[in-house]
Design a protein around this ligand. Structure first.
Ligand SMILES: [Cu+2]
Length: 301
């Protein structure tokens, strides 16, 4: 039995298409080599013009037509059930953002790993916070684009316990290749325990939750390590060399500087870093949230 209810259909479509392709690769290559030999100038010095052959024309229209319809048939039969979600499917919201996946369970509880019970239909509601991503679970043979503002979905029944890869397959920026996680298929009892153990939404400082929600922590660590850009740890109150309009100057990291860096990141770029990597969060991070973020920075001075 496959890892999901879709593996069988997708694999069959793949085998049919692969089989037909292989047959023609070998067939065409063989005939081509034979013709090169048989009709070389030495053996066949005088070219002959062949005109009109109805039987041949009908044959090479009919056979390929049947073959492509066959490919379509197996593909369609595998694809069709992917769009019919059972009524009792467990809904989980997938949030894609540069460059992490997170999975939202009932009550808004978030998990970085997709945990699902075995033999139960699961519906993934796909949501993007920024650009187009694509959720791919190869072992389950399912993949769907995650488009901002569009309500995409996918569903599956996991049929085998285990851990499987989850990837993003649409190039979505600098750390696209790191945008991966796992899906864990567990027993029903383990699933219930997992849901119970999921931390409530408000367990962490509000400012940190806002940073995570906006995926800031994908590039800026909170423990002093360097990911893409500078860490948030020890940032508040520090003297920083920045480049403003091509000129280097010194600033103290305070409320105004943080706010300006979030809303207009390319205005003052810290010396040694590149422009244009971070998007402006004006209109995304509210003034209210800004205050909470700054409070949080002060707490990890
Ligand atoms: Cu992505």
């Amino acid at each position: 039995m496959g890892a999901s209810n879709f593996t069988e259909g997708v694999d069959l479509a793949f085998k049919v298409i692969f089989g037909i392709s292989l047959f023609f690769l070998v067939g065409i290559t063989t005939v081509m080599l034979y013709f090169v030999f048989r009709y070389s100038r030495k053996r066949h010095p005088k070219a002959v013009q062949i005109k009109d052959n109805n039987i041949l024309e009908i044959t090479w229209i009919t056979i390929p037509l049947i073959l492509v319809l066959l490919m379509f048939y197996y593909g369609y039969v595998a694809f069709r059930p992917m769009r019919d979600v059972p009524m009792d499917a467990i809904p989980i919201t997938v949030i894609g953002k540069m460059w992490v996946w997170s999975f939202e369970y009932e009550g808004g509880k978030l998990s970085p790993v997709l945990v699902v019970p075995i033999n139960k239909p699961v519906k993934l509601n796909l949501h993007s916070d920024d650009v187009i991503h694509s959720l791919y679970i190869p072992a389950f043979r399912i993949k769907e684009d995650v488009v901002p503002g569009k309500k995409n979905y996918m569903w599956f029944v996991a049929q085998q316990l285990g851990e499987y890869d989850v990837l993003c397959t649409v190039y979505c920026g600098l750390r696209h290749s790191y945008m991966e996680t796992k899906t864990k298929v567990v027993s029903e009892a383990e699933y219930a325990a997992f849901l119970k153990a999921l931390p409530e939404k408000t367990n962490e400082p509000e400012g940190l939750a806002i940073l995570k929600k906006n995926a800031c922590t994908g590039c800026h660590s909170i423990d002093g390590s360097k990911i893409v850009s500078a860490s948030f740890k020890g940032l508040y109150g520090r003297e920083e060399k920045v480049v403003t309009g091509g000129k280097e100057r010194s600033v103290t990291v305070d409320d105004a500087y943080i706010k300006s860096s979030v809303y207009d990141p390319d205005k003052d770029v810290v010396a040694g870093y590149q422009k244009g990597i971070m998007k402006p969060y004006k209109g995304i991070v509210t003034e209210d949230e800004m205050i909470k973020i700054i409070d949080y920075f002060k707490s990890i001075k």
